[in-house]
Design a protein around this ligand. Structure first.
Ligand code: ZN
Length: 228
């Protein structure tokens, strides 16, 4: 039986080991950022296989003082790369990059192994087919036989923050499980800034109406509940 790491209990991220760090400079439409690539081994999963995790950084390399704007971004290739207008993932990522660029200081960690709740792209596309029938995203995974489990290990984010020496963050996002995972790993979340979609894509609004039912989407529920 595999172990599940989704926050909610006092747990460390000691099962994660960073084996290599590479850094480059990325010039974006929001200005220059440093992009770090972390090679990481999860002692409990992937049979010792190395997975790569990214950190888009604006600001100092190490020795951050005070709270840092931070987003833990689970990959959504369909939205972020191909522009699929089914969800708000690309919108949230763009907003976070724009916000950190404005502030001049912050970190976004980006996790490709989080695709499709950690079940991968194939499962995600199957869930799309069910969502087209009007089934909620979370319910679609149940119908696919994947249960209610969320396989994303959010502690990869705290592992990377610890590499940078960050102890306090202002969290950009709406997912309570990500907050819990950070705090359980010793990162203090001093404030949350919600990223509530304000575009006009009807499919995205429908997706968010459904998503607001998910217990971890507490900010989406409170703030978006009325308008979605
Ligand atoms: Zn998405």
């Amino acid at each position: 039986m595999r172990e599940i790491y989704t926050g909610g209990m006092a747990v460390s991220n000691d099962h994660l080991r960073i084996t290599n760090v590479a850094k480059g400079i990325l010039n974006t439409s929001y200005g220059a950022f440093s992009l770090y690539c972390f090679s990481m081994i999860n002692d409990f999963e992937h049979q010792g296989r190395v997975t790569e995790h990214l950190a888009l950084v604006k600001g100092e390399d190490k020795g951050w003082v005070g709270p840092v704007y931070y987003r833990l971004n689970s990959s959504c290739i369909t939205s972020e790369v191909f522009g699929c207008e089914r969800c708000d993932c690309k919108w949230q990522l763009d907003k976070a990059i724009e916000y950190i660029a404005e502030k001049g200081r912050g970190i976004i960690t980006y996790h490709t192994s989080h695709e499709g709740r950690g079940f991968g792209l194939a499962a995600k596309l199957e869930s799309y087919n069910l969502m087209d029938l009007g089934i909620r995203s979370s319910e679609s995974y149940i119908q696919l036989g994947l249960g209610t489990e969320d396989r994303r290990d959010f502690r990869v984010g705290s592992k990377i923050l610890q590499y940078f020496g960050v102890n306090e963050v202002i969290l950009l996002g709406n997912n309570k499980k990500k907050l819990d995972a950070l705090e359980n790993a010793g990162i203090s979340v001093v404030q949350r800034k919600s990223l509530i979609y304000d575009g006009n894509q009807e499919k995205v609004k429908m997706y968010l109406r459904h998503k607001a039912h998910d217990p971890e989407q507490d900010l989406l529920k409170v703030i978006g509940g009325g308008s979605y």
